[in-house]
Ligand binder design. Structure first.
Ligand SMILES: Cc1ncc(C[n+]2csc(CCOP(=O)(O)OP(=O)(O)O)c2C)c(N)n1
Ligand SMILES: [Mg+2]
Length: 599
């Protein structure tokens, strides 16, 4: 049989190094389904339960591997379902290509069944979106979609009317006016700033006495250089959420997370520094950065559009983190006065004592911080951790100690619910030999995670290492929002929206042929993790956690405290427990921070 456009597209993807596509079928992509069958597993299609999950998996693949992730969906409803996962990729700058079907060319514009204006629908989420109207177009569309996704680190979308998919392929366009001849391949350039700018940056950093470094995901791949810069400059390193795995938490000058989900050590680092070095981050909350005028700032970012807009940069270096630091390091002088570094390290130790103390307060039934604290000692080497959006994101950010060689990610900028389970699945496909853990709230698990257990049931036996643990934080609450209602709006918990039905998640796992473990006692948490890591198959580790333990920011503002008190007075159904536990949290904090500063 002659090669069809769909076969050709898959072949071209293969040439681009794409061997896996996450997707869900429909007659809008019938041509691709036939071609996938003929492709005999290269690329293979991984069938998710919902197109949004396929897009999250493609995004997770991109985040954990640095390669492009590919997802596929049918026309109309299937394409629409992809969108949230694609926006996650767009906002976190992950390269993802979406391939979607469309009605036949002869029906377009006729308000035909399932006809949606996909060009318009995908315009905002995509760096590049194009419809293939002729077989000879397929080659350059694929080449451009892949190249632009990688170069712009974003989403590109290709729309294929289903009749085009089944036309005879054209490998090389006819030699005529209008034809274009494209090629395969992309290699990331080494991007370095001008010498003069490097010199200016070095001067600022050499003149500073108290250096704070803030890294984001843009610093990935530059771990050694970041550590060396911190050593030379005698500074501390704080991490934006997406940069959690850029530098290990074992290092004594790593102050950990910053912001609402941050640590006291990062807070002190920012409030006390006189010089800020930002590397590959667009951490958005200015109140957690030094006050304007307090610090001089050097910023490094690959994307000139993103630089100088979070804190005024005295020197904005456009370049990739690794190469730029490589150029900068020889220009830095080692700071002989190490007193600031000592202060930072004391703050880091103090922070870990706070984490420890908060994790050891009793929960009813389980203190969710204990869940992560107990994991730290048991997390296997090279583990990959995915987190969802909810209260457990706080514990992921604050309590989880990422060690060298581990990977961690989440939906950093869109902060959508529902990413952790599909990210974890994509991590298993990309690295079947590595242990993977996902933190998921019960709300997110009900939203879409539970269904994806069926996907795990289908595929897990292929993975050389079966360790995949979905840690479900069962608090019968949309807890993060409940706390936001209390602290930001000053309203009490509103059960009609906040409470969610209890459900035996661990038993659901067993129904799917997986392992289910249930834990509802603080003292059993460690053993429950050990059992999960010992399992011969993927596990749902259901932790019955206390919704009354506040995901307190390191320094709750007076305004927030007032609003929270107001909410309590208005008759919050959990007010007694909440007040008691918030106070306990604050007391631990206070004990540690006396004499208090900056609060
Ligand atoms: C798709 C989506 N819908 C709603 C929200 C708003 N939101 C953020 S966190 C959260 C609560 C999550 O609840 P759960 O998964 O149970 O985690 P918990 O906070 O209870 O630990 C909600 C509703 C969101 N971020 N994404
Ligand atoms: Mg919940």
């Amino acid at each position: 049989m002659a090669e069809l456009v769909a076969d050709y597209v898959l072949k071209r993807l293969r040439e681009w190094g794409v061997h896996r596509i996450y997707g869900y079928p429909g007659d809008g992509i019938n041509g691709f389904l036939g071609a996938l069958d003929r492709a005999d597993g290269d690329p293979e299609i991984i069938q998710s339960r919902h197109e949004e999950m396929a897009a999250f998996m493609a995004c997770g693949h991109a985040k954990f591997t640095g390669e492009v992730g590919v997802c596929m969906a049918t026309s109309g409803p299937g394409a629409i379902h992809l969108l949230n996962g694609l926006y996650d990729a767009k906002l976190d700058h992950a390269p993802v290509v979406a391939i979607v079907g469309q009605q036949k060319r002869i029906s377009l514009g006729a308000s035909f069944q399932q006809e949606v204006d996909l060009q318009v629908l995908f315009k905002d989420v995509s760096e590049y979106v194009e419809t293939c109207m002729h077989p000879a177009q397929a080659r350059h569309l694929v080449d451009r979609a892949l190249r632009i996704a990688l170069d712009r680190r974003g989403v590109t979308t290709l729309i294929f009317p289903n009749d085009v998919q089944e036309e005879k392929a054209v490998e090389s366009p006819p030699r005529e006016h209008g034809a274009v001849y494209s090629s395969v391949g992309y290699s990331r350039p080494r991007v370095v700033p001008q010498e003069a700018d490097l010199e200016r940056a070095a001067t600022v950093l050499n003149e500073g006495k108290k250096i704070a470094i803030l890294v984001g995901q843009g610093a990935r791949g530059a771990t050694d250089e970041v550590v060396e810069a911190a050593e030379l400059l005698g500074g501390g390193v704080a991490k934006a959420l997406l940069g959690k795995d850029v530098v290990p938490d074992e290092l004594p000058f790593v102050t950990g997370p910053i912001g609402l989900l941050g640590s006291t050590a990062s807070y002190e680092l920012m409030m006390g520094c006189d010089t800020l070095l930002m590397i590959g981050t667009s951490f958005p909350y200015s109140e957690w950065l030094p006050k304007e005028g307090q610090a001089r700032c050097v910023e490094i970012d690959l994307d000139g559009r993103m630089i100088g807009m979070r804190y005024p940069a005295d020197v904005a270096l456009i370049g990739d983190a690794r190469s730029t630091l490589h150029e900068l390091l020889p220009r830095l002088r080692r700071k002989e006065d190490r007193s600031w570094r000592e202060e930072v390290e004391e703050q880091v130790q103090r922070w870990w004592r706070i984490v420890d103390a908060r994790a050891h307060e009793n929960g009813e039934p389980i203190n969710p911080q204990r869940v992560v604290w107990e994991l730290n000692g048991r997390l296997p080497e090279n583990a990959i951790v995915a987190a969802d959006s909810g209260s457990s994101t706080n514990w992921f950010a604050r309590d989880l100690r990422v060690r060298a060689g581990m990977k961690a990610s989440l939906s950093g900028t869109l902060a959508t619910m529902g990413d952790a389970v599909p990210y974890a699945i994509a991590a298993k496909f990309a690295f079947p030999e590595r242990p993977v853990v996902a933190f998921v709230g019960d709300g997110a698990f009900q939203m879409n995670g539970m269904n994806e257990l069926i996907t795990v049931k289908r595929y897990w036996e292929r993975w050389s290492n079966p360790t995949l643990v979905f840690c479900v934080f069962n608090n019968e609450d949309l807890n993060q929002v409940t706390w936001e209602q209390r602290a930001l709006a000053g309203d009490p918990k509103y059960p009609a929206t906040q409470q969610i039905p209890d459900f035996p998640y661990h038993r659901y796992a067993e129904l799917a042929g997986l392992r289910g473990i249930y834990c509802d006692r603080d003292e059993d948490v460690g053993d429950a993790w050990a059992e999960a890591f010992d399992s011969d198959r993927p596990v749902v580790l259901e932790m019955k956690v206390d919704p009354e333990i506040p995901p307190l920011p390191p320094h709750i503002t007076v305004e927030q405290a007032k609003k929270m008190t107001k909410a309590m007075l208005k008759g919050d159904p959990e007010r007694v427990g909440v007040l008691e536990k918030s106070l306990l949290g604050k007391l631990e904090d206070l004990k540690e921070s006396l004499p208090g500063r900056h609060s």
